[in-house]
Each structure stands twice: as structure tokens, then as C-alpha cells.
Design a protein around this ligand. Sequence first.
Ligand code: FEH
Ligand code: ZN
Length: 346
Amino acid sequence: MSSIPKTQKAYILTQGVEKLSLEDRPVPELKPGEVLLRVRASGLCHSDLHILDGSISLSSLCSLPASPILGHEIAGEIVAHGPNVDPDLFPTNQLYSVFGPNPCGLCSECRYGRDNLCLSPTRLIHGLGHPGGFEQYTAVNIRNLVKVPEGISPEVAAVTSDAVLTPYHALKKVYLTGLSRVLIIGLGGIGINAVQIAKAFGAHVTAFDLKESSRELARKFSADVVLDSLTVKEASHDYDVVVDVVGIQSSFEIALKQVKTYGSIVLIGLGSPVLNFFTTPLCLKETHILGTFWGTSQEQIEVFDLVKKGKIKPQVEVGKFEDLNEFFQKLKHGQIKSRVVITQTD
Ligand code: FEH
Ligand code: ZN
């Protein structure tokens, strides 16, 4: 194991500034129960982009740290064990992913097993209050470590902790069967995994995106029907479940139109802070609208099992740590087909 430096490079967020600033920062000191991870891969999420462009305020999610470090899809290796951590239980020759929600484990939501929804007013999400993966070394409490099965790369491990976990959790909420008809709206880094997960659950899957390259990927991953902006207008209006991975007014209107009576719309995308709908048709159809947030720590273990078994093949585009800001620009301008992951080697 190489020696740990006193300082490291970290990307710092300044409120109102779209570019992250690469600065020298101290390597974190470990508290009891923590390990130090050498970050190997960090995914770029659309919610990071919303924070950078100001449409989501980080201060609405947490009390703002002095030097916020984003990056909530993290995979890395342990390079140091803090007080009270048994190194035999958390070996160094092992890849770990981080359970980002960083729950307290004590509140009622945690006790019900919904630890993604932890109620603790002091919990800080990794990369959204707690320092995240856009640094070289990051401190993680051992309860947030999820061992990555052998054969899964750091970049795939990073995206599995959010871009796979989020649609998995969302689709588990609606109890799909082999008879379920599902429409997935938006086939980017999360949506293409939603297609694969719904197929793995045995559902009939229709996939919709404005981009031909994304529709191509959905065909590759065995979507039963693939719709474009014209054909979506003639779609069957009989979906048990519509997953809106975009979350803007136009995508939500498609979801409202296409969901069958008594069906469910699951909202994953946060593309718009406000969505409008007509109340009468919603009530006459008894439409369920479900919010969804990330996934539970148990589900994070489950998604790794599915990836290991090859039932889900997360799509990634790999970039270098030094090029993080350029990749955010590409993401902003729709130039990314799947999920960007920045990797770090020694
Ligand atoms: C982050 C912040 C707020 C809402 C949703 C998110 C997700 O990107 C977490 O994966
Ligand atoms: Zn995310």
C-alpha cells in the first residue's frame, strides 16, 4: 500500500459558480468507525448538474459545508482504518462502493429498513453535504461500505450505487409481474438501466427517448417496443407503470396520458422543480404518482448481485479526474449517452 499524503486534490463547489475549482485540501482525519478510501471512480449525476446550475440548492438538502465536495457515486479501496475498525473485517485488497445516503440507523425510517429516507436532521449525504467522490481520498463510515463482487470494475461499481440502485428501488415499489406493461421515458444513464431491470423483473417494456442513439441502446437491451416523438403519440395508453426519468412538463404529460386507469407514475427525474397536472383526469383514473429517492442499503447489495449475474449491464463513459469540468459541460449539452464516471489511478 502506498503511503498516504497529508494533502490531496479536491474539487470545491462555490455557490453560484458553475465550474468546480480544483484545490489542495487536507486528507481527512478519520473518526471512530471510519475508513479512508482511495477513490477509484466517481459518477456524474444529473442532480450534480442541477446543483451547479442552481436549479437545486445544496443548502436546501443540508447545512452548507464550508468547502462542499460533490460526487455521490463512489467506488474505491481502503487505504487506512480509523479507530475501532477491525481491518480483518474490512480488508484493503477489496473494492468497495459507498452507500451515499449515510443514514443514522436509529430513526423510525432507518428502523423500518427505509434507510434511504433517514430522518436524522444531522445526517449528511455523501457528495451532498458530506464530502463526496470528487476528491482523491474520502472518509466513509464502515456502515456505508458495500463490498463489490469480484469482476466488477470501479466505474461500473460507482454507477451501480445510484444509476442502477435508483431505478431498481423505483421499480420494486410497483411490484411488477410478467403481465405488467411498463413505459420508461428517458433512456440516459438511469433510464437504460430501468429498461434492463424491468425486463429482469419479467415485465413487457416500452422505451421512449427523443434521441435515436438512446433508442438504439434500448433495442440492444431488449426493450419490447421502442417509441420516438411521433410514435409515442399513437402509444396504447394502457401502461400499468410509467417511469418518468426526465421529470419535465412534457415528459410528465406523456406519463399522465399513457398510464392506464389505476396505474402508477413513478417519478425519478428532477428535470423541473415544478410539474402541473389537471386534477379531474387524475382523480377519475385514480392515478398513483409515486416519488422515489435513491434506494436502501439492502437494495444496494441486491443490485450488485444483479450486475454480477449479468442481468444488468450498466453503461458508462469513462473520463479522467482532471477533466471533470469538461464532462459536466458535455452532460449539460446532451453530449453524453450513458453515465460519465471519472476514474483515478495512482
Ligand atoms: C440527489 C439530490 C436530490 C434528489 C435526488 C438526488 C439523486 O441524484 C440521488 O441519487
Ligand atoms: Zn444521483
